[in-house]
Design a protein around this ligand. Structure first.
Ligand code: C2E
Ligand code: MG
Ligand code: MG
Ligand code: MG
Length: 281
């Protein structure tokens, strides 16, 4: 059990804390096993060009179906992976799997599809891994063009070490990979940095999007992010679009791309292929 560092007195867990600690320990053990046994799955959610409604790409999202515990959300297992270092193999797996799926889709279609795949890179992974080297070797191994890959980073990578973040991001850009700032508006990044970083896309967090038509403040924030992006020469993706009305409003406001249950939830690779093949320009 945990002990206070500088006193002799041992701290004791409350029953809730103990439950939480047990669950975490189990999750960590099971997650390690799931990665080793290649039991994680990558789902794909379409990214829609708001100007014409066509699919332009997909965001790759990790899924973990444990045989005993059932479906475990990435909201729960990604933080565990970050804490225990499993985020490095998990992150590499996600990137590799995403490239392999792109290749499988091209093969099925008999041509190189004009699609981008977006892969999430967590802050802990960004801090610890040599991302540019890792990315270029996985792209090479899969024969994937860097132009087809977008990496989604969060504001926290910038907050924790702005100088290093700028260096790593420039190195990624030099590979011709594009960069998106995920969950934009929920972090605490300094807006002055935004302008100096080689970011292609701002992803508007779904907390501003999903109920934006019922709350005036949210529309105001969405509008502000759209005009900030436009002033900085960046494109925008709105996440969490659940209704036709919101998709129409965002298109009218000039948002570049949309993502959300209104179009499709994240689905397995085969379903994503079927969805895309009838909805491409
Ligand atoms: P994210 O990168 O912001 O991904 C978007 C999340 O919003 C996904 O949740 C997606 O299913 C959900 N979403 C999309 N459209 C809608 C909608 O219309 N309504 C609602 N309510 N939700 C919507 P998901 O798949 O549960 O992933 C949660 C988070 O876990 C992701 O947020 C990302 O931060 C993290 N994550 C998932 N897969 C990976 C991964 O492979 N690597 C890393 N580092 N993080 C991952
Ligand atoms: Mg994301
Ligand atoms: Mg996001
Ligand atoms: Mg989000």
């Amino acid at each position: 059990l945990k002990r206070a560092k500088h006193t002799r007195q041992a701290e004791v867990y409350t029953p809730e804390e103990l439950d939480k600690a047990r669950r975490r320990f189990t999750l960590e053990t099971e997650l390690r096993k799931a990665i080793e046994l290649d039991r994680l799955e990558l789902y794909f959610q379409p990214l829609i060009d708001m100007s014409n409604g066509f699919v332009t790409g997909f965001e790759a999202l990790a899924r973990w179906k444990d045989p005993d515990y059932g479906m475990i959300s990435p909201v729960e297992f990604i933080p565990v992976a970050e804490e225990c270092g499993l985020i490095l193999p998990l992150g590499r797996w996600a990137l590799d799997r995403a490239c392999k799926v792109l290749g499988e889709w091209d093969k099925k279609a008999g041509e190189e599809l004009p699609l981008k795949v977006s892969v999430n890179v967590s802050a802990a992974q960004f801090a610890r891994d040599d991302i540019p080297n890792m990315v270029s070797s996985i792209l090479r191994a899969n024969n994937t063009k860097p132009q087809r890959l977008c990496l989604e980073l969060t504001e926290s990578v910038v907050v924790s070490d702005p100088a290093r973040a700028a260096k790593v991001m420039s190195a990624l850009r030099a590979l011709n990979v594009s960069l998106a700032m995920d969950d934009f508006g929920t972090g605490y990044s300094n807006l002055a940095y935004l302008q100096q970083l080689p970011i292609d896309i701002l992803k508007i967090d779904r907390s501003f999007v999903t109920h934006m038509l019922k709350e005036r403040d949210k529309v105001a924030i969405v509008r502000a992010i759209l005009s900030l992006a436009s002033a900085l020469g960046m494109e925008t993706t709105a996440e969490g679009i659940e209704t036709l009305e919101i998709s129409q409003t965002l298109a009218a406001l000039g948002c570049s791309f949309g993502q959300g249950y209104f179009y499709s939830p994240p689905v397995p690779a085969d379903e994503a292929y079927e969805y895309m093949i009838t909805r491409m320009g």
